[in-house]
Design a protein around this ligand. Structure first.
Ligand SMILES: CC(=O)SCCNC(=O)CCNC(=O)[C@H](O)C(C)(C)COP(=O)(O)OP(=O)(O)OC[C@H]1O[C@@H](n2cnc3c(N)ncnc32)[C@H](O)[C@@H]1OP(=O)(O)O
Ligand SMILES: CC(C)C(=O)C(=O)O
Length: 510
């Protein structure tokens, strides 16, 4: 069996990625990222544009000096001074590369460069030859290749190869192409350019139409052997092809994309997190491979499938790309299987009615609350367990409060199975709730502690209320949680009253 063709991964996070508005990185951050790229198995690191600034020059030089095995590349316009600066910056690398480019499309030549086709052809030959005087590894790019006249593009590439370019890059600079078209362009170029086998063909795709990854894969299927990409798809405007996506597309679909890369995917989430931290650009939750939700499942049917066999809803293993594990997120779409599994993972083993009751309460909570955290589930079950067997049971509460007063609470309880109702005013809504309870269950104890805290974050967080009643030589504490602070207060108070009543009854019996 022959090995799959190797696809070089050319990472341009530090060059095209840094061209993303707001994504500037410090010198130290660039070194840190380059080092991780080498560990990850990136073949070519485009470390920057040395002529852009002294800072860029210093970063490219330092990355070249620290490099071990990766090719370190700098980008340069076709001007002699850019190429000299680039050569100087990459020279300390064990494997230096100069990447030079010029636009070849009519719109770029006419309006941006103000150069005719002959002048551009001349610049291609001169710049590549100058770069070859410094290193044997020269990449040439036809900027805006996908909007270039095909015959002219062939001529430019012919000149670049004849002048010594060893890699030919065909960028879709403005993300204009689509997969069939971009793949066909590679096939036609490879068939028509003289000595096309003397160079490695490279794809560099932008994501203006969301097609950067698909275009890169199509290029590879049609003869490209290098993909230029960036971690998290960082890059000019809508970005470049995302490194993690092209790598995993070829890995997961090796059956129909028989290519290999040197990337160890276990580093992918770490690299993504590092780029996000350094740039301050959050990773979209539903981003393929590295998004927070890429291996998270919320709906009951999916969670049930996942618990039975992960292959039902996952095409790759999270641990293969450095994500600790699949997460079954508890929410309003979750089902009993996942709820029970979650409870068991937290040490609660409920069966039958207890499980059904807890599940019902969980669904009610999930309808009210955006994120149901483990802590929410714990207090929900703890409250249920605490309430079991209680003499006085909470049923319903309605409170009127606000600036116009008076604060009034209406409450329905059952006392030993008998329904009771009371309405009371108070000095504030909590006082009104407690007064209403006292009407149904009179007692002489005083409230000597009332505390509220949020179980989890957000304005929809559950409130946990703690109360302490003290009187007749007996002290009882109560605790309860609910997204509604007043409901939690009523339940906590009743929890304490139940304990108080039980203790009084015990004392009487003794
Ligand atoms: C598609 C891409 O990603 S290309 C890479 C983009 N990256 C960058 O631009 C790196 C950051 N750039 C910079 O720091 C600056 O633009 C510099 C230092 C490169 C140049 O700055 P300046 O000399 O002030 O020129 P400025 O940026 O305003 O204009 C670009 C000039 O380069 C010319 N130019 C653009 N591309 C090329 C090229 N490949 N080869 C030769 N000349 C080029 C333009 O025609 C223009 O020339 P003009 O001044 O004669 O009109
Ligand atoms: C200079 C080239 C490689 C580029 O970034 C582009 O065309 O998008």
């Amino acid at each position: 069996m022959t090995a799959n063709p190797h696809i070089r991964i050319f990472d341009t996070t530090l060059r095209d990625g840094e061209q993303s508005p707001g994504a500037s990185m410090t010198h130290t951050e660039k070194l840190e990222l380059a080092s991780l790229m080498e560990d990850m198995g990136v073949d070519v690191i485009e470390a920057g544009f040395p002529a852009a600034s002294d800072g860029d020059f210093a970063a490219v030089s330092a990355i070249a000096a620290q490099s071990k095995s990766a090719i370190i590349c700098g980008l340069a316009r076709s001007t002699p001074s850019d190429i000299e600066r680039c050569a100087e910056a990459v020279k300390k690398a064990a494997r230096p590369r100069i990447h030079t480019f010029i636009s070849t499309s009519p719109v770029h030549m006419k309006h941006k460069l103000k150069m005719g086709p002959n002048a551009v052809l001349e610049a291609v030959g001169r710049s590549v030859a100058q770069a070859r005087n410094h290193t044997d590894d020269v990449e040439w790019s036809a900027e805006d290749a996908t909007r270039t006249d095909f015959d002219f593009l062939c001529k430019c590439i012919d000149v670049a190869i004849a002048s010594g370019a060893t890699t030919i890059n065909v960028p879709d600079t403005v993300g204009y192409s689509h997969p069939d078209e971009y793949g066909a362009l590679f096939r036609r170029l490879i068939e028509n350019v003289p000595n096309s086998d003397k160079a490695i063909w490279s794809a560099h795709c932008h994501n203006d139409l969301g097609l950067a990854v698909a275009n890169s894969i199509s290029a590879v299927a049609n003869g490209a052997r290098q993909i230029e990409c960036a971690i998290n798809g960082l890059g000019e405007r809508a970005g470049n092809a995302a490194l993690e996506e092209v790598v995993m597309a070829m890995k997961v679909r090796e059956d129909t994309l028989p290519f290999s890369t040197g990337i160890n995917p276990i580093y992918l989430s770490r690299a993504s997190a590092m780029v996000s931290r350094i740039t301050g650009f959050p990773v979209q939750y539903n981003k393929a491979i590295v998004g927070k939700n890429a291996f998270a499942h919320e709906s009951g049917i999916h969670q049930d499938g996942m618990l039975k066999n992960a292959e039902t809803y996952e095409i790759m293993k999270p641990e293969d790309v450095g994500v600790a594990k699949t997460s079954l997120v508890m929410g309003k779409h979750s089902g009993r299987h996942a709820f029970r599994d979650k409870l068991e993972s937290m040490g609660y083993f409920l069966e039958g009615d207890a499980l059904n009751d807890a599940f019902k309460r969980f669904k009610t909570l999930a309808d009210k609350k955006k994120h149901v955290f483990d802590d929410d589930i714990a207090v929900l079950v703890d409250d249920q367990l605490a309430a079991e067997g209680e003499r006085i049971v909470f049923k319903r509460l309605r409170v009127v409060c606000g600036t116009d007063g008076p604060q009034t609470a209406e409450i329905d309880l059952t006392v030993e199975g008998e329904e009771k109702y009371a309405i009371a005013r108070g000095n504030g809504p909590v006082d009104a709730v407690f007064n209403a309870i006292r009407q149904i269950v009179p007692h002489d104890s005083v409230l000597d502690l009332y505390q509220v805290h949020a179980v989890t974050g957000g304005t929809d967080a559950q409130a946990t209320v703690s109360v302490r009643l003290n009187g007749e030589g007996i002290m009882a504490t109560g605790r309860s949680s609910d997204p509604d602070t007043l409901v939690a207060s009523a339940k906590a108070y009743l929890h304490a009253v139940n304990k108080l009543e039980a203790r009084k009854a015990k004392r009487k019996a003794a």
